[in-house]
Write a protein that binds this ligand. Structure first.
Ligand code: F6P
Length: 543
């Protein structure tokens, strides 16, 4: 008889309960359990989380918790924070919480103490940011830096870019621009209007081998060289990397380091956000870290049933494994959080888009949905039609910032923004029956035939799940807590799927093939053995 593991059993129970929950309207769950809003709502590190509009019944939620326990979530969480080699395929610890810990922290990566080094780099970031902002650290011609071009891609771009959009003053003293794409247009746009004498170029790459980043760094170096004297030019080039020798060899005057136990998509808490610390001020960066540390403390100490990252992760597990829902949309109702969906795409899909378990055997469930989104209310006027009436159920996540537009207040206020988020979540859950749609048509003067014809088009199935997250203001602390919440949620899901959330082998094959194709481009013809489709496209592109 095959041995059934506690995890397999717990997963089977969850699937069984999910089948029953699929037959119950979410709205009816509130009648069945008057404590539902209190049970499924909680505050963590200043964020309010409402998971009561998810499809799970009380039993469904309990089954998710049982699955988490069967997967030893608490043990795996302890191993992460203890700096064990939780990234098994690369033999690395994963210790982004060490980067944001408060004074007195004592983290170890594979047994090596790291907190002292972290504190030293944090001080160096603050000192450099202060020096640039005050003009003490100036360019080759003695002029203070007025602009920064941040070059990086993936985790070396998405986090800092999101931070800057979210935290930048309306009229910043320092003009921070980002370049990620190897398309020369990206760099050309970023450099337009900038003066090399007052521009700092920050090259961010954990490996310092990434094709796009190195190509863009070379472009920027050439741009600086055409306008600046050689002496002091290196002060315009700063490297942020886990490979400091490579940055120095490239010509960076300053280098800020981080270690291999910081994953690219978990690196915004490190010197990877140097450019933001300079442009927004080092105290803003420190406040961001403090907010994330608060979420770390919550994740470590709150019981699983009242633990925000755990509950958010389990809601996704229920949707993916229980309900077979292959997508999730994220709608931040704050213009300043417009880059959040892109950030989450990398965080979640690069972490958990895996086909094998930690032991190399094939996964037994899908490991995560396709994540997509747009800021509210913009998304409502684009893809929300499908979320409301399409045949697939796409769980939605609404993020509300109660005072989103404070700094830009024009007297209209934020209510028109967040009331839309509430309305969308409500519409998804309640829907509208065909009978109601028909009655409304008749009341509006349609004849019976017209009402019969139009009612199916105007009906909404409803019973569509969503999560709502509320924060008071988009402070650096709240943003830190929000992003740490998503990091830990992603980890929780990875534990349930029993995968390694911290490697990304799936991005490697394309990189290797791109190099081979570039060789063919140089040779002017497709190499022998290239598949016919790619060879045909290459010939067309070679002209
Ligand atoms: O190609 C994917 C990736 O390796 C990401 O994981 C990483 O964030 C990004 O590339 C950039 O890598 P690097 O910081 O080494 O340039």
């Amino acid at each position: 008889m095959p041995v059934t593991s506690p995890r397999t059993k717990a997963l089977a129970t969850l699937e069984k309960i999910a089948r029953m929950d699929a037959e119950t309207a979410i709205l009816d769950q509130f009648d069945a359990d008057p404590w539902r809003p209190a049970r499924l709502g909680l505050e963590a590190a200043g964020l309010w989380l409402d998971l009561s509009k998810q499809s799970w019944s009380r039993e469904g939620f309990e089954a998710c918790l049982a699955l988490a326990r069967a997967c030893d979530l608490e043990g795996r969480r302890a191993a992460l924070f203890a700096g064990e080699a939780v990234n098994g395929t690369e033999g690395r610890a994963v210790l982004h919480p060490a980067l944001r810990a408060g004074p007195g922290a004592d983290f170890h990566a594979l047994g090596e103490p790291v907190s002292e080094e972290v504190a030293t780099v944090r001080q160096a970031i603050a000192a450099y940011a202060t020096a640039v902002r005050s003009g003490t650290e100036a360019g080759a011609t003695g002029q203070p830096f007025r602009a920064i071009v941040h070059i990086g891609i993936g985790g070396s771009d998405l986090g800092p870019r999101l931070l800057w959009d979210a935290l930048r003053p309306l009229d910043p003293d320092i003009d921070l621009r980002f370049v990620a794409n190897i398309d020369p247009r990206d760099m050309a746009e970023a450099l337009t209007g900038l003066d090399p004498e007052t521009t700092l170029v920050v090259v961010v790459s954990k490996t310092f081998t990434t094709q796009e980043t190195l190509a863009n760094a070379e472009r920027a170096r050439t741009w600086l060289a055409t306008a600046l004297p050689e002496a002091g030019r290196e002060r315009h080039l700063v490297g942020v990397t886990a490979a400091p020798d490579k940055a120095a060899a490239f010509g960076c005057g300053h280098t800020f380091g981080f270690r291999d136990w910081v994953g690219g998509r978990y690196s915004l808490w490190s010197a990877v956000s140097l450019s933001v610390a300079v442009a927004a001020g080092p105290e803003v960066f420190e406040r961001l870290l403090a907010g994330a540390a608060e979420m770390d403390a919550h994740f470590l100490s709150a019981p699983l049933a009242r633990n925000a990252p755990v509950m958010l992760g389990l809601a996704q597990v229920f949707n993916v494994a229980g309900m077979q829902r292959p997508a999730r949309t994220v709608a931040p109702y704050a213009h300043a959080l417009r880059r959040l969906p892109a950030f989450l795409q990398q965080l979640e899909m690069e972490s958990n888009g895996k086909g094998v378990r930690r032991d190399g055997s094939p996964v037994d469930t899908p490991t995560g949905p396709v994540v997509f989104g747009e800021p509210g209310t913009n998304g409502q006027h684009a893809f929300f039609q499908q979320i409301h009436q399409g045949p697939e159920v796409v769980p939605a996540e609404f993020i509300i910032v109660r005072h989103a537009g404070d700094e830009a207040d024009d007297g209209v206020g934020d209510a028109p923004l967040w009331s839309n988020a509430l309305a969308q979540a409500q519409a998804l859950m309640l829907g509208k029956s065909e009978a109601v749609a028909r009655a409304e048509l008749l009341a509006a003067g349609a004849d019976t035939a017209e009402a019969d014809r139009l009612a199916p088009h105007k009906a909404f199935p409803g019973n569509r799940p969503s999560t709502t997250l509320v924060m008071e203001r988009l402070t650096p602390e709240a943003l830190g807590a929000l992003l740490a919440l998503y990091e830990h949620k992603t980890f929780v899901e990875g534990v349930i799927w029993d995968i390694n959330s911290f490697d990304q082998w799936g991005v490697e094959l394309g990189k290797v093939l791109a190099q081979a194709i570039l060789k063919d481009v140089k040779a002017g013809k497709p190499s022998a053995g290239l598949d016919p489709s790619t060879a045909g496209l290459l010939k067309r592109l070679l002209g």
